[in-house]
Design a protein around this ligand. Structure first.
Ligand code: ASP
Length: 340
């Protein structure tokens, strides 16, 4: 082996992958079959993403591999199984960001792209732009060789019934119950640290049930629902308007990289303090360049998981369930005792 080869082996970073499948878990609406299916999908997504990292692939490859699995699974509000707009359509948003190059790609309001995360990545890799929307994004998808499907592909009966309930409430001029709103936080996301020590983040969503007027949430907005730099990567899930107003993902990363706040504290400050104080709710996953993991949320639960040095997937759903990532809010002043 060459001296250079030895050096790169010695300095190889232990890869870590963290994923979420949305923070809209309502405990009493869960059942054993749904729980089982969700845990299996999260495990499969972790394994797919981690295989990339173990093979020396980039963090971005792990992010897109994991998210593709979740987009294809109808249990999550992304890709197949997305919520419906007020007009009865599935309208999808996604974004990726590479922390090393600070390159990003994003798409919004597409109706025919099977895996929106792959289109977001193509925007980053193959276009001079960062964000494409609607028909233009689909035209670009065609040219970039991204798989398009009939819009009916995304439909599930469960999501259709959620829309019907919301439409009834609209008619009765009743505000959607908070729980009904939270129920639709099913966005999926991933953050990864590769063997080169580089970070990446990605998020994919159907947005919020009954959305109208071309509403776009935080997920595809770089800095709001998705952000990565050389020291921190974040993907959010929750009431997007609040994540946009707090520029949540960027805010967490700035606290980590500029203010030197430990990752879990920084993530908890934004997710468990700032957003709820404004009336919002949701969660996020965050990862720093030392491999520290944070998965805070302020709802009943968040579909989540991580995989690190031991290669064993850790998956959790509820708030009172140990996800192995430690206390979300370490004491003020604590610094590097965050290893998961
Ligand atoms: N954040 C997403 C949005 O507002 C919703 C979600 O997390 O499920 O579009």
């Amino acid at each position: 082996m060459t001296a250079l080869g030895m050096a790169s082996l010695v300095h190889a970073t232990t890869p870590v992958l963290v994923i979420h499948g949305g923070s809209g878990v309502i405990k009493r609406d869960m059942n054993p079959a749904k729980e089982k299916a969700v845990r299996a999908a999260l495990t499969q997504a972790l394994q797919a993403g981690y295989a990339q990292l173990k093979n020396g692939k980039a963090a971005m490859d792990a992010v897109t591999a994991a998210i593709t699995v979740l987009e294809d699974d109808p249990n999550f509000n992304a890709g197949k199984g997305s919520v419906f707009t007020h007009d009865g359509k599935n309208e999808l948003d996604a974004a990726v960001m590479d922390g090393y190059s600070l390159k990003a790609g994003s798409i919004a309001a597409v109706h025919r792209v099977k895996n929106p995360i792959l289109l977001a990545r193509a925007v980053m890799d193959k276009s001079p732009h960062v964000m494409l929307i609607g028909d233009g994004a689909e035209q670009f998808a065609k040219e970039a060789g991204i798989t398009l499907v009939d819009p009916s592909y995304f439909r599930t009966e469960e999501r259709w019934q959620q829309l019907q309930r919301a439409l009834k409430e609209d008619k009765a001029a009743k505000p959607h119950a908070d729980e009904e709103t939270a129920k639709h936080f099913g966005t999926v996301g991933a953050v990864a640290l590769d063997t080169f020590g580089h970070l990446a983040a990605g998020t994919s969503t159907g947005g919020m049930n009954d959305k109208r007027y071309g509403r776009v949430g935080d997920s595809p907005l770089i800095g709001a629902g998705t952000y990565a730099n050389s020291g921190c990567a974040v993907s959010g899930t929750g009431w997007g308007e609040f994540y946009i107003r707090t520029v949540a993902a960027h805010e967490i990363c700035m606290r980590v990289t500029q203010m030197r706040v430990p990752l879990r504290r920084a993530a908890a400050e934004v997710i468990n303090q700032e957003i709820p104080s404004m009336g919002g709710n949701g969660g996020a996953i965050a990862l720093d360049a030392d491999g520290n993991v944070a998965m805070p949320f302020n709802t009943d639960g968040m579909y989540r998981g991580w995989i690190g040095a031991d290669g064993a997937p850790h998956v959790a759903i509820y708030g009172d369930e140990d996800d192995g990532a430690g206390d979300p809010l370490p004491a003020v002043g604590s610094s590097s005792s965050e290893e998961p």
